[in-house]
Design a protein around this ligand. Structure first.
Ligand SMILES: [Zn+2]
Length: 64
């Protein structure tokens, strides 16, 4: 996983909320985005926050 330190200010908005139903996770700072969501590198090299929080991503992997 890529480090959120490389993320650009314009590539995320605060507070960032997890879009999953019944999930109350949100992040109010870049540090929290890294902790709760994590980041990934796009094919063009741009770093963006994961759209779902870590917990929801774990659950979705399990349910497959
Ligand atoms: Zn979530």
């Amino acid at each position: 996983m890529s480090s959120c330190n490389e993320i650009k200010d314009i590539d995320y908005q605060l507070p960032k909320e997890c879009p999953q139903e019944n999930c109350t996770i949100n992040a109010n700072s870049l540090v929290e985005i890294e902790e709760k969501f994590g980041c990934r590198k796009m094919e063009d090299g741009k770093i963006i926050p994961q759209s779902w929080c870590r917990e929801c991503r774990k659950k979705s992997v399990k349910s497959k």
